[in-house]
Write a protein that binds this ligand. Sequence first.
Ligand code: SF4
Length: 125
Amino acid sequence: MSRKVEKLYFELMSAIGNTGQPPLCADPEYIDLYFHESKYSKGGSRALDYSVIMKEQEAKLICNLCPFKAQCAEYAIVAEEEFGVWGGLSATERNQLRRGRAPKVVRTVITDDELPIYPPSLETE
Ligand code: SF4
């Protein structure tokens, strides 16, 4: 771990510690939203697994309410965290930012009309 990563991690953890309240991503009820399997369906298909995408979107919504969002995203980008949602960014989005490319989609706020469109098979009545 580089000194810069150590410093960012320490600062993030200190900021969280100073509030005396862990962020929602640390809640066992939500952890599954942050670290999940591939967005693609199993079996080598490139079809998207919408249940996984929904989990990621929910995690990003929670991050949007988090006072540590910017710090968390900076740490995860610099530390090259490979997995999970950090600071409202997916691993793919962090990789794109690290390479100096604007992510195709950076979710900061999701409005009602932006909610994912379910494939017909997942639609509820
Ligand atoms: S920004 Fe998201 S991942 Fe980072 S501490 Fe807050 S809730 Fe957790």
